[in-house]
Design a protein. Structure first.
Length: 487
């Protein structure tokens, strides 16, 4: 990346402070851009879901991995539950979405309460042994089928029996065409009479655009986080036994001796059990932090102190660094050592992802933006205006600290709660236009593909080399914002 007209700034910059200028480009289509991450994980998309309890669970992980990104299961989740989640993600189909299944005698009220768990908008009615996974679809129910029906009626009374069925080897185009011809939104994939998954029309389009992030055995990829306290080596061992694809060693102040000690444990276990698994460590915002953690064993550095949407660190402590400059400096230092960085936090628009990648990030970590989606872990609520939302909270909030210290005495927990650096409750509204995480991924990916073509880049390493960035005033930023009503 270079600064426009060589104007290297003397102060640090946020994403909002900068813009990119177009350059002469030989890339004639946005579809010619390869977005494979440059962080050594080589996921098909450079997107990582932040290890936050209100956001990243198994539904998020499998959905994002199906589109080429990776999610990190948080360190506050007990190790056994993380191992179970990883196993479920590994068992998920790499192409078809996991169906919401109910029995024929389930009430409509119960079936509809399950619907918001997934974005595909359909419940599959099944018969057979759900434990063994050998179930056959006998009908489907969508919200349109239950309008004016009694909530205590059973699904078999209203289910559609003549639903669109496809074989698992049907191409996305065939599935799209079948659904269009039958005026249906979602197909049920069946193999030897057994339910395998579901696919919407949009899902068919996405299957033709994205490649899943898979491990050597062909299963979806997923990562898990480890804190710096407690039995670091033991948790690392369990996570590797559970087939985690990446280990994220995470704490607010990553440039501290305790992190270096923890990294030593993680690295020792990783080297013995799974040398190919990458260790990500953070958070840091300086070249010194990067170099110390690389020396301690990190393969990828997580960069960002204070840019997160749930974060109060900068107001509490004055510590942090404007994120664009933090990523730029850390990426330079990491690259010089043959390593890479993840830009963590502060992403609110597709442009922020593009700028992080232009600054040299190998992947971009997103938390709060993904909180307001069907796939995040929280329950779905509706406000008095009828808007759907989920509750989110920071991992250093009093709420998260209370959960993290649940094994300690009441006194110790209360004292730990005094050191909060995050918001305990925030409403993250689902965008009616983009209520699922895949909708947000489409939005981000279309923006980033386009950014690359403006820079004349076919890959993300070319993008980080060719991007030309200028510095703008607040009114320069404001000018670029669309108007949804006249002025
Ligand atoms: N990216 C960011 O800007 C930030 C991210 N977070 C996220 O919150 C989560 C919880 O992290 P964390 O609060 O580190 O909790 P952890 O449970 O990981 O523990 C932090 C450990 O570091 C010690 N410590 C020393 N200095 C600090 C400091 N300035 N801030 C915090 N701990 C310190 C703590 O001791 P003691 O409690 O005795 O001081 C404790 O032993 C993580 O996911 C982290 O990424 C949190 C804040 C900022
Ligand atoms: N200072 C705090 N930072 C936090 C907290 N919880 C999470 N985080 C950091 O934010 C990013 C995600 O950023 P977002 O803008 O996409 O939401 C996450 O990965 C952490 O590094 C917190 O309580 N305090």
């Amino acid at each position: 990346m270079r600064f426009l007209k060589g104007n290297v700034p003397h102060h640090d910059l946020t994403y909002n402070d900068v813009f990119m200028v177009p350059s002469r480009s030989g890339v004639s289509s946005r579809l010619d851009v390869d977005l494979t991450s440059t962080d050594g994980l080589a996921t098909p998309l450079p997107l990582v879901v932040a290890n936050m309890t209100a956001i990243s669970g198994r539904r998020m992980a499998e959905t994002v991995a199906r589109r080429g990104g990776i999610a990190i299961i948080p360190q506050d989740i007990p190790t056994g539950i993380v191992a179970e989640s990883i196993e479920k993600v590994k068992r998920a189909h790499t192409v078809f979405d996991t169906p919401i299944m109910v029995r024929p005698d389930t009430t409509l009220g119960e079936a509809m309460s399950l619907l918001p768990k997934r974005a595909h908008g359909m419940v599959v009615v099944v018969e057979g042994d759900r434990k063994s996974g050998h179930v056959s679809p006998v009908g489907i129910v969508t919200p349109a089928d239950v309008i004016d029906e009694d909530r205590f009626a059973q699904v078999h009374e209203v289910m559609i029996r003549d639903f669109a069925q496809v074989a698992t080897d049907a191409s996305p185009r065939e599935i799209f065409d079948l659904l269009t011809a039958q005026h249906q939104e979602c197909a049920v994939a069946v193999e030897d009479g057994r339910l395998v998954g579901v696919m919407t029309r949009k899902g068919a389009l996405r299957s033709a655009l994205y490649n899943p992030a898979t491990d050597a055995s062909g299963a979806l990829r997923v990562g898990a986080a480890v804190g710096i306290n407690g039995d670091v080596a033991g948790r690392t061992e369990r996570l590797l036994e559970g087939r985690t694809d990446v280990l994220v060693v995470d704490t607010a102040h990553g440039h501290q001796e305790k992190m270096i000690e923890a990294l030593g444990h993680v690295r020792r276990v990783r080297d013995a059990m799974a040398p190919d698994v990458r260790i990500v460590a953070g958070n840091v915002v300086t070249a010194e932090g990067v170099n110390d953690l690389i020396e301690a064993g990190a393969d990828v550095l997580k960069v960002g102190v204070g840019p997160g949407a749930m974060c109060t660190t900068r107001m509490q402590t004055a510590v942090g660094r404007p994120q664009f400059s933090a990523v730029l400096e850390c990426a330079e230092a990491a690259t010089a050592a043959g390593k890479s960085v993840w830009a963590d936090g502060g992403v609110r628009h597709p442009r922020d992802v593009a700028l992080a990648l232009a600054a040299g990030a190998g992947s971009v970590m997103i938390g709060s933006w993904f909180a307001g989606t069907h796939e995040s872990t929280g329950a779905l609520y509706t406000d008095p205006q009828g808007r759907m939302y989920k509750e989110s909270f920071g991992m250093a909030s009093a709420r998260a600290v209370r959960m993290r210290t649940r094994d300690q005495s009441g006194f110790d927990r209360a004292r730990a709660g005094l050191f909060e650096e995050g918001i305990s409750s925030s409403k993250m509204f689902l965008d009616p236009e983009r209520p699922g995480v895949e909708d947000l991924i489409d939005f981000i990916v279309s923006g980033v593909r386009s950014s690359c073509t403006y820079a004349g880049a076919r890959t993300l390493s070319e993008f980080a080399e060719l991007a030309t960035v200028g510095i703008q005033s607040p009114s320069g930023y404001e000018e670029g914002r669309p108007l949804h009503a006249s002025w």
